[in-house]
Design a protein around this ligand. Sequence first.
Ligand code: SAM
Length: 212
Amino acid sequence: MELTLNDIKFIRETVHKFGYPLNEIEKYAKENFIPIAKPEVADFLSFIVRLKKPNNILEIGTAIGYSTIIMAKACSKVRIVTIERDINLAEIAKENFKKAKVEDRIELICGEAQQVFPNLTKNYDLIFVDAAKGQYIEFYKEVKRLLSKEGVILWDNILYKGYVVNEKNVKHKRRTIVYRMREFIEILHQDKTLYTVILPLGDGLAVSFKEE
Ligand SMILES: C[S@@+](CC[C@H](N)C(=O)[O-])C[C@H]1O[C@@H](n2cnc3c(N)ncnc32)[C@H](O)[C@@H]1O
């Protein structure tokens, strides 16, 4: 017997609950239809940052700073560079960083990730990719360049609401994303320098580890 939707619901109910200001950010995101990490993905982010204790993290897709704060709170020494193209969301994120008292460890760069990447010269111990799903193939080379030896990449929404596996009910406008995601998953699995697993968390989370 395999896991059912009820099991997934149960897992979602058992994840750690985050206090202020994350609980308020969750509420704001829900009321304003701003996509943030699903509870089990958020909990896994917290888990992996606690386990890996990275010196630095790169995040692509800040939105209002929910996942950024979770990662900052999970390791008191970590410094985070996070990229967001929407200036209005970026402004809200900055306010949220102050509320969470983590603003001194976070650099928010407002811009298109593809244009920001060439200006980044450091390597990052953990990279969280949570931006436009159709662009993961474009991000891939630069994200790999920016990854430290033994670094970890988390690619969120890899199964895109389940459409990547079951495309029957996919509307035409979403098909391109589905095909691009499938192509991307194939690229990840062919890549001999990364060891990648796909976890059934949220919308699907791929975790890649750089073996060298
Ligand atoms: C799912 S939301 C991020 C949620 C956030 N990581 C969290 O869990 O709290 C995706 C964000 O990525 C941003 N984004 C999408 N494509 C981008 C790109 N190419 N460069 C920078 N930001 C991008 C969107 O504006 C959006 O705010």
